[in-house]
Design a protein around this ligand. Sequence first.
Ligand SMILES: *[C@@H]1O[C@H](CO)[C@@H](O)[C@H](O)[C@H]1NC(C)=O
Length: 225
Amino acid sequence: MVKVSVTSLAKVAAFKAVILGAPGSGKGTISARIVKVFGVTHISSGDKLREHVANSTDIGKQVKKFMDEGALVPDETMISLVSHEIESISNANYLLDGFPRTLTQAEKLQKVQPVNLVLNLIVPHSVIIDRIKSRWVHLPSGRVYNVGFNDPKVPGKDDITGEPLSQRIDDRPDVVAKRLEYYVSKTEPVIGYYKRLGILKDFQGDTTDEIWPKISENVAQYIKK
Ligand SMILES: *[C@@H]1O[C@H](CO)[C@@H](O)[C@H](O)[C@H]1NC(C)=O
């Protein structure tokens, strides 16, 4: 048994991972911790898209055209953006965030840049809805507060400017529930695909602190110190 696992670990050349998690699942926090603790490169497809558009690169110009038309950015464009990014990093260890979103994207990515681990965060929807309900935002700056664990110094007021905080319409429980359902319906085929490839790992919990130790233990197996 030991021999088998040593052999299979030795075959893992690098950490080429995807992180999946519903909006509000703590995916951002977990990703940031993986990057900080293990020194892997974070590839956020959303951030990269915005950078390309801001820099008016060839990809950026294409993307802007689709966005201006209110159309989705096609799979081919996303694949070329992401694989370009993976090729350009000197650090072989990376964490893909925000991509792939659909089965087609996952299949295409696996052809050009196969990943070897998929971290799937599972947080009960009721927990996410409660968490988001307690979120207050200072709209001009984007500063976010959470009633109960990251309170503003003065209730309802931004710490820096003293201006009033508001709740986003997007953070209303019914809107959040819809968003979560949409996420599940889009992601289920992606999860099924990675499960069939044998590279999906589920991490379940109510809070980031509960999930993190299990994630950390798993990622450590892929990173050569
Ligand atoms: C955009 O430009 C900045 C500043 O020159 C650079 O650091 C960044 O890598 C560029 N990003 C892309 C995606 O071209």
